[in-house]
Write a protein that binds this ligand. Structure first.
Ligand SMILES: Cc1cc2nc3c(=O)[nH]c(=O)nc-3n(C[C@H](O)[C@H](O)[C@H](O)COP(=O)(O)OP(=O)(O)OC[C@H]3O[C@@H](n4cnc5c(N)ncnc54)[C@H](O)[C@@H]3O)c2cc1C
Length: 316
């Protein structure tokens, strides 16, 4: 929101607690066009993907720092049944367009006995770097601290992630916390420069022989403690994807802010005209935030309506 508003010449002050562990700081930041056992295309992907790409690229051009890494994603199929499902999916408009023009060989050391799909329109945002860069750019207009109430001047937007569930102004919203655990692995001998995904687990190459690997979903849990069960769940699933052994070098957890599955919500508070909300990014924040931040910023500048599918006042 800060970037979208500044691009429209609005003065922005960000107030942030600066917590070490947040959903954004723990997330892998992956954009994956087709997910889940049913190989479902992400909601409004055709629209959200180009918007995200142009948003992150424009920030890279303005700052000279790389934050978004476009990278193919290889989806290993789980069964013959799933392969048939994909053939049927291809009859639905929008699915064939997700596939890379030239399918890639999944590469060595992966379990690809039922075949694989390759998607070009994928990648990851280095969210920690994006936050650091934003803070550096804003300088004095980034304040570490607690935002307790609306500022006297201007408009106050609450973009609080899961902490929004405790905001008395928005306690009527049905937040559904979804704790996620994620590992960082050292995998000697794995040469892989694409994201690989199979049966509820993915591997993201982050340099050297290091990979991020995740993630769990624990609905209703609100703590950020990594657990032995979470680690076990990820490692068990990884065994279905990879033939090599690994070493765990880090294990983190945080809570995804979900209000409605896979769709964020934004807009003005129904009773307070100068208080707004941008939250519920769920597990697809990197894909969906740019498009809807631009849309909300346009609205705040008096140009057009909030997209009806995400407008806070129309969807609750
Ligand atoms: C394990 C895991 C893996 C994930 N993987 C992906 C992925 O691959 N792709 C993807 O798109 N998404 C992923 N996500 C989800 C992603 O993290 C979220 O969609 C997104 O980062 C949420 O961003 P946010 O800014 O809304 O919330 P947050 O990241 O929680 O940020 C909210 C900020 O507001 C601050 N704050 C809150 N209240 C106040 C207050 N009153 N005053 C001052 N500051 C306040 C907090 O300190 C925090 O800095 C993952 C999440 C997890 C946990």
């Amino acid at each position: 929101m800060a970037w979208a508003l500044r691009a429209r010449d609005r003065k922005v002050l960000v107030v942030d607690r600066g917590q070490r562990v947040t959903s954004s700081k723990v997330a892998a930041g992956i954009i994956n066009p087709v997910t889940g056992p049913n190989l479902t295309k992400a909601w409004r992907f055709e629209q959200l993907w180009p918007a995200a790409l142009s948003f992150y690229r424009s920030i890279q051009e303005q700052t000279g720092r790389q934050i978004f890494h476009q990278m193919p994603l290889v989806r290993l199929l789980d069964s013959g049944q799933q392969a048939n499902k994909w053939s049927r999916r291809l009859q639905t408009p929008g699915y064939a367009e997700c596939l890379a023009a030239c399918p890639l060989d999944p590469g060595k050391n992966l379990r690809a006995e039922y075949g694989a799909l390759t998607f070009d329109h994928a990648g990851y945002l280095d969210i920690r770097e994006f936050i650091t860069l934003t803070r550096d750019l804003l300088g004095d207009n980034w304040r570490n601290g607690e935002l307790l109430e609306a500022e006297a001047d201007g408009i106050t937007l609450f973009c609080e992630g899961i902490a929004g569930a405790a905001n008395p102004l928005f306690e009527w919203l049905p937040f559904k916390p979804a704790k996620g655990e994620i590992l960082t692995l050292h995998i000697p001998g794995l040469e892989q420069d694409r994201i690989v995904n199979r049966g509820g687990v993915w591997l993201l190459p982050v340099g050297g022989e290091k990979f991020r690997c995740g993630a769990t979903y624990h609905w209703g849990a609100t703590d950020c403690e990594p657990t032995p069960e979470g680690r076990q769940e990820i490692e068990t699933r990884l065994g279905r994807l990879l033939q090599l052994s690994h070493e765990v070098v880090d294990h983190e957890a945080a809570v995804r802010p979900v209000v409605r599955e896979s769709r964020l919500l934004c807009g003005m508070h129904p009773a307070h005209g100068r208080i707004g909300f941008f939250n519920g990014l769920g597990s697809k924040g990197v894909l969906s935030a740019p498009f809807f931040a631009e849309n909300f910023a346009e609205h705040l500048c008096g140009r057009g309506a909030i997209d009806p599918e995400v407008d806070l006042c129309r969807n609750i």
